[in-house]
Design a protein around this ligand. Structure first.
Ligand SMILES: [Zn+2]
Length: 399
């Protein structure tokens, strides 16, 4: 048993002054004592104790492209620049990114990959991880090849992984319907890029625009295969693939009616604010998501569009852009939000809570963030300062 005390403890109900966390010998939270200041033999710390964060969307295989892909001109031009610079995944850059994420307080990471290169490296890392083997395919023969490649990667030893699709602009409607269909069985969620750019919806509505030009330049036979619908979310709804098993990444250009659909479905929205600002200069309408009770998680996206692996900096970006939102919302998204994607079975707040918060039974370790003495620790935590942090107890199962 280890016992830790600090100025503030982040609990599912918000920050608590004082108090103590008791860890069991396997690294799980055994007990949370809110009024324990008179007890003697616990380590006492200045700052706030939090569970490790969950990075709900990363592309570690692009880590060698840190700050090398110029943004600001929308997604298709960023993607063209990315393809021009892309080379085989570089293990050293992936390892550096993994270490950086862990040192920044990340307990678990949902990593999207085409190559599979990060999977064995994540298996050796101190973080828990879930692989998203991302299929890209429009023509039937390409879809089949993507399936076989994914099947090989799923068999390889490493971390738990699932198949998913990339986006409506790179996958046929048939492939999306097949891969993202809810199985009805317990399992981790699949993540899918949604409305990262206004051109995504335009391709589906008008079958034209910059994505149509992009696909034509690549020689894809996309007409009649890419979905036709009023919007990305409308297509996903028509295909029957929305639901708690699906994490929708970005949703920068998702309209009100589609947010209603997402709210009804129970899908989680994964926010990647620094990547969105780099590529398109705009953030999603997060207050409209919060008003609808849509569960939120946070990811860094790739180092080709975000400067580092610091998830707290992503939350600070959201806090600065949406000052009327209570800071507790962002801290819940950093911890319990991403945990919803990892859990098996019904992805309720209660099951996520049990995995990713300072709550008896939780498994995401204990991080000390050294904020100064303050009466408003949640706002201080998210004020944009890169506060020092260290692990007092690693996530369960850490190597
Ligand atoms: Zn992504």
């Amino acid at each position: 048993m280890q016992r830790h005390r600090a100025d503030w403890i982040w609990t599912p109900g918000g920050p608590q002054r004082g108090g103590e966390i008791v860890m069991d010998s396997r690294g799980r939270i055994a007990e949370l004592r809110v009024n324990a200041l008179d007890e003697a033999d616990a380590s006492s710390h200045s700052g706030m104790l939090l569970p490790g964060f969950v990075n709900a969307h990363a592309h570690l295989e692009l880590s060698d492209l840190r700050q090398q892909v110029i943004g600001g001109h929308g997604l298709s031009s960023w993607a063209m620049a990315l393809l021009a610079r892309r080379r085989p995944p570089q293990d050293e850059a992936i390892r550096t990114a993994i270490d950086e994420a862990y040192e920044a307080g990340t307990a678990a990471i949902v990593d999207t990959t085409n190559s599979g290169a990060p999977l064995p490296l994540l298996a050796d890392s101190p973080m828990r991880a879930l692989g998203q083997i991302e299929l890209i395919g429009i023509e039937p023969e390409r879809c089949e090849a993507a399936h076989s490649q994914a099947a090989r990667l799923l068999l390889a030893p490493g971390i738990p992984a699932v198949e998913t699709c990339h986006a409506v602009v790179s996958c046929s409607a048939d492939l999306i319907a097949e891969v993202l269909q809810p199985t009805g069985l317990p399992g981790p969620a699949r993540t899918f890029h949604c409305d990262e750019d206004p051109e995504d919806g335009r391709l589906l509505r008008e079958q034209s625009g910059s994505w149509a030009d992009f696909l034509d330049r690549l020689g894809r036979q996309w007409r009649g295969r890419i979905g036709q619908a009023q919007s990305t979310v409308a297509l996903l709804d028509e295909l029957g693939v929305l639901g708690p098993h699906l994490g929708l990444v970005h949703c920068v250009h998702t309209g009100e009616a589609d947010l209603d659909r997402i709210a009804r479905s129970g899908s989680v929205v994964v926010l990647c604010p620094r990547s969105n600002l780099h590529i398109g200069g705009r953030l999603p309408d997060v207050p409209a998501m919060i008003a609808r009770g849509i569960p939120l998680a946070i990811g860094t996206d790739s180092l080709a569009s975000a400067p580092d692996m610091d998830l707290l900096a992503e939350a600070a970006t959201l806090a600065a852009r949406f000052p009327t939102v209570a800071p507790a919302v962002w801290i819940e998204a950093l911890t319990i939000g991403g945990s919803r994607l990892l859990v098996e079975g019904p992805k309720t707040r209660a099951t996520a809570l049990a995995r990713g918060s300072l709550y008896p039974g939780a498994e995401h370790g204990l991080v000390l963030v050294s904020i100064p003495r303050t009466e408003d620790p949640a706002s201080t935590l998210l004020d944009g300062t890169r506060w020092p942090r260290r692990w007092l107890s690693p996530p369960v199962g850490a190597a």
